[in-house]
Ligand binder design. Sequence first.
Ligand SMILES: Nc1ncnc2c1ncn2[C@@H]1O[C@H](COP(=O)(O)OP(=O)(O)OP(=O)(O)O)[C@@H](O)[C@H]1O
Length: 254
Amino acid sequence: MSLVTIENMRVSYGAHTALQGVSLSIESGEIVTIVGPNGSGKTSLLRALIGAVRPESGRITQKPGLRIGYVPQKLHVDPTLPITVDRFLRLPGGVPRSACASALEKAGVPGLSNRQMSALSGGQFQRVLLARALINSPDLLLLDEATQGLDQPGSAAFYRRIEEVRRETGCAVLMISHELHVVMSASDRVICLNGHVCCEGTPEIVSSAPEYRALFGSGTGGALALYRHEHDHAHDENCGHAHNHDTKHTEAAE
Ligand SMILES: Nc1ncnc2c1ncn2[C@@H]1O[C@H](COP(=O)(O)OP(=O)(O)OP(=O)(O)O)[C@@H](O)[C@H]1O
């Protein structure tokens, strides 16, 4: 049985439809990356999986007893609030110290327990959020642009650690990233999202798919000169979301 199966899901915020007709499943142990332009519904998909938004229609089925770990895009911790890493990790209550130490080790930052949260670098902070997601030994780890704000070596190191976590624990990973050139190589499967699933498959298949090239250009190995949204494929008239053909992003420029 798949860890999670989504069938024909639609997610709306008031009159605005963020996702529609989305069907996909995640198998145990695989690393799947979701790519798509800003506003294409990537975060909405993860939020539906953790139950933070309720799909308007469609169905999400989880394997019984599934444990999910979630690393958010960002988390604000008041810099004036004195709190150590160890206490932060034990905030949910009932988390033993040994579990924190082991999670920090899995996240690749074993020595941080007694540091103040406010004194961490961006990279260390994200590792602590990863440790927090690993505490419950998840079967599925969800990462929402977890390397935002990190420099290239920092984010490459973060994704290498994710691959090690998968190898050590066997958990599946579903992650959103804009750093296509980094994550494409680390993924078993890529899902290209734009309000609906544009295309999906191995990184090789997706990066050569016309739908993907329409969204991301045709740079080799996913390394892009320009991350530009230019549609040349047809959409269902009732798609329900805006397709801004002039949306231009400069992330991932290399
Ligand atoms: N709470 C909300 N209320 C109203 N509209 C929302 C809400 N959250 C998201 N949206 C809208 O739904 C659409 C999809 O947003 P979502 O955050 O899922 O996209 P995304 O692909 O993760 O974007 P980004 O790459 O910018 O993070 C956007 O048009 C956004 O404005």
